[in-house]
Design a protein around this ligand. Structure first.
Ligand SMILES: [Zn+2]
Length: 63
């Protein structure tokens, strides 16, 4: 199996992607697309927002 974003070998930790970066890229792509198609499940969008915030938080806040 290969990464749908860059076709590198899939990392089991981030499958089906090869890395956190590709997983985030795909999420961002999906999330941006969801603005154009308002038929998405609101709970899924909320979960996507939480994932995005969780991914960014460690870079912004250091305890
Ligand atoms: Zn990749």
């Amino acid at each position: 199996m290969s990464c749908p974003m860059c076709r590198a070998t899939t990392n089991p930790k981030y499958r089906p992607f090869c890395s956190r970066r590709c997983a985030d890229l795909d999420l961002a792509k999906w999330f941006n697309g969801s603005y154009a198609t308002p038929s998405r499940d609101p709970e899924d969008i909320e979960a996507a927002i939480e994932l995005t915030e969780a991914a960014e938080e460690p870079l912004q806040k250091k305890h």
